[in-house]
Design a protein around this ligand. Structure first.
Ligand SMILES: *Cc1c(COP(=O)(O)O)cnc(C)c1O
Length: 421
């Protein structure tokens, strides 16, 4: 299937996730050093769009999607932060959501797509912001009621227009289950052109490979060494993108998966089995995932072989107590305010050899989690302007139980004319 077809479909017909048929090896040594991040991304993604109808738009898609800073903060000789939270909704989810939205808006079609998306906190706002008022697109965001921060909720529910926000009485896994179930449900198939922009959509994951590749390339130019990353992980999408960038030949060394108490990778590495438990609520709520859907992509990358997987994937977990202590100690040591998710990476870092350099991936701006971070640091966090603007808007959302008929009803009331029901 072509990439744009896979993006439009979201999930394969058998319920599986799309992966690239092969990974092109990218020759980064020939790229001019002065190239911008979005130009770099365009070069890197071009082979995936070969013979695809979107290829002639790739340049403008990259320019419009990667139009905010990717910033690195050097803390000391062996420690750096890669800040991925300078987009419109202040988490790394903006990279993938904007890229996918810009791709889909170039696809020639007379259909109206419905983007159905489950969120553990940050995907919902990134997707709503990226697709807001895009023609021929409806967005339905399912978020777990009372399990995300008030500011995260505000960023999801402030849109209106083509964005329907639903507060689901359950956990993230219940939201994700509803999305997957809708894909094989005859009602949704007959009434809507369903798509998703969770990281199960390859159009969200693929653009995330670019910031790892770009950072590793820049790091290599400066240090003549491979970059090692620690990636806070929940649904395992972001870290899979890092492994994919490595697979394409970029100078990436070790990749460490940091997790919260849910620790699915840690448990898998220990027992060879995926745990089958509902997610646990933690301070790093966007990582509260009990059944990470991207696991199968990572597993596939290592040929479905446990030993191979174990050789490449290192998992470390941080308890809530460790998260709190780390938010405080990183502030005391470096003067940096980090979010609870980023804290899992710093905690993992403290368990690793201090002479090996690592880049900690900062996945969200701490101002989204002021309820957690401010009491620890005993000070107010400055709110970035674009968050302030969203927080001034009114919230709209409907509450539902995690059941298919309630989801259908909410959708009909929001989007379908009475005669159609
Ligand atoms: C989504 C999210 C994560 C986890 O990313 P996955 O791709 O689901 O592993 C980590 N931190 C923050 C802030 C997030 O929003």
């Amino acid at each position: 299937m072509s990439l744009s077809q896979a993006m439009q479909q979201g999930l394969a017909l058998d319920g599986g996730l799309f992966v690239p048929a092969c990974f092109p090896k990218i020759d980064y040594s020939s790229l001019p050093e002065s190239i911008s991040y979005s130009q770099f991304a365009e070069n890197m993604l071009a082979p995936f769009f070969k013979e695809d109808s979107l290829s002639r738009h790739l340049s403008s898609i990259c320019q419009r999607s990667f139009n905010f800073p990717l910033s690195r903060v050097e803390l000391d000789a062996n420690n750096e932060i890669l800040e991925l939270f300078h987009g419109p909704t202040l988490s790394f989810k903006d990279f993938g959501a904007q890229f996918l939205a810009n791709c889909l808006s170039h696809v020639k079609t007379d259909k109206t797509f419905t983007i159905l998306v489950a969120t553990s906190g940050d995907t919902g706002s990134a997707v709503a912001s990226a697709f807001y008022q895009k023609p021929n697109i409806r967005v339905v965001v399912l978020f777990p009621k009372d399990k995300i921060s008030m500011r995260q909720q505000h960023q999801i529910t402030c849109w209106g227009d083509n964005v329907l926000a639903l507060a689901v009485k359950g956990r993230f896994d219940d939201c994700q289950k509803l999305v997957k179930a809708a894909f094989s449900d005859p009602w949704w198939q007959s009434k809507t052109h369903l798509n998703t922009s969770n990281s199960i959509n390859i159009g969200r994951l693929l653009p995330q490979t670019t910031y790892y590749a770009y950072t590793a390339w820049q790091y290599f130019l400066k240090h003549k060494q491979k970059a090692n990353f620690i990636v806070p992980s929940g649904n395992i999408g972001n870290v899979t993108a890092c492994f994919w960038a490595k697979e394409m030949g970029f100078p990436i060394g070790r990749i460490v998966v940091s997790q919260n108490e849910n620790n699915v990778i840690g448990q898998y590495l220990q027992s060879k089995k995926l745990p089958n438990k509902p997610s646990i609520e933690t301070l790093a709520n966007a990582m509260d995932v009990g059944k990470p859907s991207n696991f199968e992509r990572l597993y596939d990358l290592f040929d479905h072989d446990f030993e191979e997987f174990k050789q490449h994937v290192h998992g470390l977990k941080a308890s809530d107590q460790a998260i709190k202590q780390t938010v405080l100690s990183v502030y005391q040591q470096y003067g940096q305010i980090i979010c609870p998710h980023t804290a899992t990476a710093f905690y993992a870092r403290s368990l690793l050899d201090s002479n090996t350099p690592f880049i900690m991936v900062a996945t969200a701006h701490p101002a989204k989690f002021e309820n957690i971070v401010e009491p620890i640091l005993q000070q107010k966090i400055q709110v970035p302007e674009h968050l302030k603007a969203l927080l001034d808007k009114k919230q709209h959302y409907t509450q539902i139980a995690p059941e298919m008929d309630q989801l259908c009803k909410a959708y009909q009331e929001a989007f379908l004319p009475k005669s159609y029901i």
